[in-house]
Write a protein of this length. Structure first.
Length: 604
């Protein structure tokens, strides 16, 4: 397949004819010259695409390309090209690890020293010349060097630059938890203070997102332009996940020839067999992340709690349907509830439930996770149980912990939802919270109260408790509570998302400190754990037993009406006596007179 940007013989001829002036007008031409100098094969069509994007991109760009395409080498050559055009530029190179950014600047300096057309840029003896900071000869005297390398958590405050190149600032080691990602995002936010306002300041990100919560994805929502080059031509579903960032040339090629799906996008770099070997060696998850730039498989494994595993319906404090069937078809999808989870997640209503036969809950518990230090909330969750299913009646959080207003609000919630038992996690204070809450609860809504302690790592305990319940679709959530939580989240996403129940539920992982705040989810875990033994009941069997009891009660009322007296209240009376009841012969009643079928008097 021919590509318009391919570096062919006429192009090489053009480089020789216009060397070096023409190279100043085209970075793609300069890249071909640099690759020839390094004795590398001519740039591939994908590398030429990447070069053109670097030259003609916007002020805020992100480049996400498969591993091995050479994006760092290409961008090093781009830095040389920029200094060739304007030696007065100041360029800052930032990476997650200092040695990586040092390698970037070292490679750039060597290109300047070795390429003939860049000889006039070699640092003079009176200028800076090191692997971490160097000047180019025509540069005027200034505090900032022409090129400087730094680590993202190093000394970048106070630096000044016209262009910032952020090369792989996000790696698993510094982005595994919510807290780490917030710290990384805060450091990235300093880039705007480093850029000089004069000229055409620019920020260029090179990297691979680790999860859906990646700093790169958050920057896209802040107006950064993004371009993605996967190793294989993506499917329609994967293209949707790229959200319009797929290389336009790839998109056009797929539109002309849909049969390209799954084929290598840069066969000169990685052929089909090579990609298969890498996928086998790395595993599907790592391959999808590093070569297809597709986070959906990684997130599906890393974030086990899904909104789509819940049953969402309106609940009341007393009763629930005796039988509820989960469904996830288009008819069960709830359109008006916003998806605040990952892409593709959905809210679902029940496929079917017993509308006529509602039964009182077998138990209602309120779980409380007292506020710790800092800006923690007091999280609460009210969960009921019936026939092997759990019903989340309410969930939320209160600012404060031991103050009277918080304790009184919790007691009123217990009264509203007719809670029968309260479970409090022992935080610190040697049971102080329970001692303070007990008199308030007894005045408003007397019920039993207990304290529980946990020794297992919190994140693992939450997932190990909730994941089986979610997978078996045994948790029914109150739609009004979900609407309230989503409204709270959308009111101020940046401030409220860490406190939102839905955000905590969908973003928790087994990594320690995965969430900065997990109070509401922790309360739900405590409540579910309280009922964990009753979850072993078979739901269909429980429903059948319930129908049998209803039949027995109906027969009891009929017998009492026929006999004109109350029957003994001992357990199983009706079931045991039904076998002893005499049924009259056809056409005769118990007294021997013609009539309808009847039931003989017990004991006769």
């Amino acid at each position: 397949m021919k590509h318009s940007h391919e570096c062919n013989s006429p192009l090489r001829s053009k480089i020789k004819q216009s060397f070096p002036d023409k190279c100043k007008g085209s970075f793609a031409l300069f890249l071909c010259a640099a690759w020839k100098h390094l004795r590398l094969p001519k740039p591939t069509p994908r590398q030429i695409e990447l070069a053109n994007y670097l030259q003609y991109g916007s002020k805020r760009d992100m480049i996400q390309a498969f591993r091995g395409v050479g994006k760092s080498w290409i961008t090093s050559a781009f830095v040389c090209w920029l200094l060739l055009r304007n030696p007065q530029l100041k360029i800052l190179v930032v990476s997650a690890a200092k040695d990586r950014s040092d390698a970037f600047s070292t490679f750039t300096l060597r290109l300047i020293k070795e390429m003939p057309m860049l000889q006039h840029l070699r640092p003079r003896h009176d200028q800076r010349e090191s692997n971490i900071a160097f000047d180019v000869a025509p540069a005027r005297n200034a505090h900032a060097p022409s090129v400087k390398s730094a680590g993202i958590f190093g000394q970048i405050t106070g630096s000044r630059a016209d262009i910032i190149v952020a090369d792989d600032i996000e790696i698993p080691r510094n982005s595994v938890t919510d807290t780490m990602r917030e710290q990384l995002l805060a450091r990235v936010g300093e880039f705007n203070d480093i850029l000089v306002p004069e000229g055409t300041p620019r920020i260029i990100f090179l990297g691979t997102p680790q999860t859906e919560e990646s700093v790169y994805n958050k920057l896209r929502s802040k107006g950064y332009s993004c371009r993605i080059w996967p190793a294989r031509y993506p499917s329609t579903k994967q293209i949707e996940g790229y959200e319009g960032a797929l290389s336009p040339i790839m998109a056009e090629q797929l539109e002309v020839n849909p049969g390209l799906v799954g084929e290598p996008t840069d066969p000169q770099r990685f052929g089909d067999l090579d990609l298969i070997e890498r996928e086998v060696a790395k595993g599907k998850s790592s391959f999808a992340l590093q070569f297809m730039l597709d986070t959906s498989l990684s997130d599906a494994n890393k974030y086990p709690l899904k909104l789509g595993d819940l049953i969402c319906m309106e609940l009341n404090p007393d009763k629930a349907p005796s039988f509820i069937q989960y469904g996830s078809g288009p008819d069960q999808m709830i359109g008006h509830l916003k998806n605040v989870g990952f892409a593709g997640d959905r809210w679902y209503r029940p496929m079917m439930y017993d509308k006529d036969k509602w039964k009182r809950f077998e138990g209602i518990v309120m779980a409380i996770d007292p506020a710790g230090r800092g800006k923690d909330e007091t999280g609460y969750a009210i969960v009921a149980q019936l026939h092997g299913k759990l019903f989340m009646l309410a969930v939320g959080g209160l600012i404060g912990g031991y103050d009277d207003a918080t304790l009184l609000t919790l007691a009123k919630l217990a009264k509203k939802w007719k809670v029968r038992h309260v479970v409090i996690e022992s935080n610190f204070g040697d049971g102080m919270y329970t001692k303070l809450f007990s008199p308030v609860l007894n005045n408003v809504h007397p019920c039993t109260i207990e304290e529980v302690t946990h020794s297992v790592q919190k994140e693992k305990r939450i997932i190990d408790t909730l994941e089986p319940v979610f997978n078996q679709h045994k948790l029914v959530v109150n739609v009004s509570e979900i609407e309230k939580d989503i409204g709270y989240l959308l009111e101020n996403p940046e401030r409220h998302q860490r406190y939102s129940f839905c955000h905590q539920l969908t973003r928790i992982t087994k990594e320690k400190g995965a969430l900065k705040h997990d109070d509401r989810l922790e309360a739900l875990c405590i409540a579910v754990d309280y009922f964990v033994e009753s979850m072993d009941r078979d739901e269909v069997k429980a429903h059948a037993q319930h129908k049998t009891r209803l039949l027995q009660e109906e027969i009891r009322r009929h017998l009492e009406n026929c006999l004109g007296r109350k029957l003994p209240p001992e357990d199983g009376f009706v079931g045991k006596r039904l076998q002893k009841l005499e049924v009259s012969k056809p056409g005769r009643n118990p007294r021997g007179r013609p009539g309808k079928l009847g039931v003989g008097r017990p004991g006769r």
